[in-house]
Design a protein around this ligand. Structure first.
Ligand code: SAH
Length: 499
């Protein structure tokens, strides 16, 4: 349910690149009909770079043919080796930058190239923000067929970035494995293009405390002779170390993802984590006996301390348990939720529906300014967390339901619940068509749409526009600096009430 899981190296070369052009097109991407691609496998070509693709890769042009070149930047001329040839487009590996963009910077991370978790460290931060805004504008115009700009079009604001766009993440999820050379337990990331685990000491987008927590757990595990999980033979014990840090309270949670619930050195392991990890408030174990690549298994138990740690955003406290979804960048989450509050324009008398509410963060953020808030979420544990979070804050005018938003909201409507404002924050695939139909039929005064995928956002905005809403303003918020992820929040008003 984490919609923003950290990408590993494989994703960089995954099908996303191909699908981005197939689905959304890159202007001028299609070569003349019937023409054969002008390149062959392994050929070394010189290409001009005209843009950035959905995953931050350079979009190169060679004799009218599109080549995706990771690491290349718009405005550059590069030398690259062709690594894949398809009819409409190909891929190439960057060999040399012949003419350099003035926005190119040296990536500060020593393992940037091998890891793949970040895609834009080689692009200056202001240019990253400009690119993220452009991704949104392009999607709205091309997929949503929306008019953007002054004179009645949707206003797309500059992306709100961070003053200090490093060390922002509150959660680290680190795969554990063996170093075949030295034979020891290692933990870090999947090396680009493989499922081999490379060791990592520090991640520059991760809060230092998470780096320290992971380093301590790895050191203790090594010293106690804990066996790392081996994916190939499906043997060993420790699969992942997850560290969570609540910025507001300083509390740390350690989650050990393991293959079975027993371990010869359990007691020492817990004792030493308690003694050597500063701020640790909770140690949990998640058991994943499966051969799958999914990180978590079904069963989670608390080994020591509390079941959850408590963070606070904008004065509202949230209990975060081992498995619940929680935004990974708390500083920018506050910016996002404040914008949601502003766009909802509540006066105290409104009924609000928060669809896809997770652990109730947006619902609780809005509750103080609304008459009543109804949240709906598909994961039962998240709804339990949402209810607990309401109690934690003494907020009584919220109600949460478990289920599919597209089924629960029509049922609420049958019961006579009429929303003045509907907030949606769906996963990457966007809103279900039935939910959009319901929103159109319910005719709320305003819709606030929070999205982590400009393409599905644009598709859904078109449906809402055709159903009587106007896209008034759009605010990109940079939740994931140095990665190609884009987060946006949109204010829609009903056309017959908007001034
Ligand atoms: N608004 C929350 C969570 C957003 S993530 C926050 O800001 O933290 C999107 C959420 O939608 C996830 O919690 C996911 O479990 C939930 N979800 C996915 N499909 C759903 C559906 N059809 N109906 C309701 N919730 C759904």
């Amino acid at each position: 349910m984490n919609k923003h899981t950290r990408m590993n190296g494989r994703d960089r070369r995954g099908p996303g690149l191909a699908s981005s052009i197939e689905k959304h097109g890159v202007r001028g991407a299609a070569p003349e009909a019937g023409r054969r691609p002008p390149v062959e496998m392994n050929e070394i070509v010189e290409a001009g770079v005209i843009g950035l693709g959905h995953e931050g890769e350079g979009v190169g042009r060679y004799e009218g043919y599109t080549l995706f070149i990771p690491g290349a930047l718009p405005g550059e001329r590069v030398k690259a080796r062709v690594s894949e040839v398809k009819k409409q487009f190909g891929r190439a590996d960057l060999i040399q930058v012949l003419e350099e963009s003035s926005d190119r910077v040296a990536p500060p991370c020593a393992i940037y190239e091998q890891c793949g978790g970040c895609q834009l460290q080689h692009l200056a931060y202001p240019a990253q923000l400009a690119w993220k805004r452009k991704m949104v504008v392009d999607a709205l115009e091309r997929i949503g067929k929306l008019r953007v700009g002054d004179g009645g079009g949707a206003i797309v604001h500059p992306a709100i970035g961070m003053n200090e766009p490093w060390r922002y993440r509150n959660k680290a999820q680190v795969p554990i494995g063996f170093d075949l050379g030295e034979g020891g337990l290692v933990g870090g990331f999947y090396a680009l293009g493989s499922h081999d685990i490379a060791d990592m000491d520090t991640c520059l987008i991760q809060h230092e405390r998470n780096d320290e927590t992971v380093a301590a757990v790895k050191r203790i595990a090594r010293e106690l002779g804990v066996e790392a999980y081996d994916e190939k033979s499906h043997t060993g014990w420790l699969r992942h170390v997850v560290a969570k840090y609540a910025f507001a309270s300083g509390e740390v949670m350690v989650v050990l993802v393991v293959t079975e619930s027993s371990c010869a050195v359990f007691e020492e392991l817990i004792e030493r984590i308690c003694a050597e990890v500063p701020g640790v408030a909770s140690i949990c174990m998640n058991v994943n006996p499966e051969r799958s690549r999914a990180v978590f298994g079904e069963r989670t138990v608390t080994l020591w301390g509390k079941d959850s740690i408590v963070d606070s955003i904008g004065g509202i406290r949230f209990a975060i348990s081992a498995r619940s979804f929680y935004q990974v960048n708390p500083a920018q989450t506050e910016v996002l939720y404040r914008t949601a509050l502003e766009y909802a324009a509540l006066t105290g008398g409104e009924t609000v529906i928060d669809a896809y509410c997770g652990i109730g963060t947006i619902s609780l953020f809005l509750a103080g300014k609304a008459r009543r808030v109804y949240g709906v979420e598909i994961v039962p544990d998240a709804v339990e967390d949402a209810r607990a979070n309401a109690r934690l804050n003494g907020i009584a005018n919220v109600e949460f339901a478990v289920g599919r938003a597209e089924a629960v909201i029509p049922a609420w409507r049958e019961e006579g619940i009429d929303a003045d404002v509907i907030v949606v924050d769906p996963p990457r695939k966007g809103c279900d068509a039935a939910l959009l139909d319901t929103i159109v039929a319910m005719r709320p005064k305003r819709v606030v749409y929070v999205s982590c995928n400009p393409s599905t956002l644009a598709r859904d905005l078109r449906v809402l526009e055709d159903g009587g809403f106007r896209t008034v303003e759009v605010q990109p918020v940079d939740m994931f600096p140095h990665t190609a992820h884009v987060e946006v929040i949109v204010r829609l008003e009903r056309k017959d009430t908007a001034q």
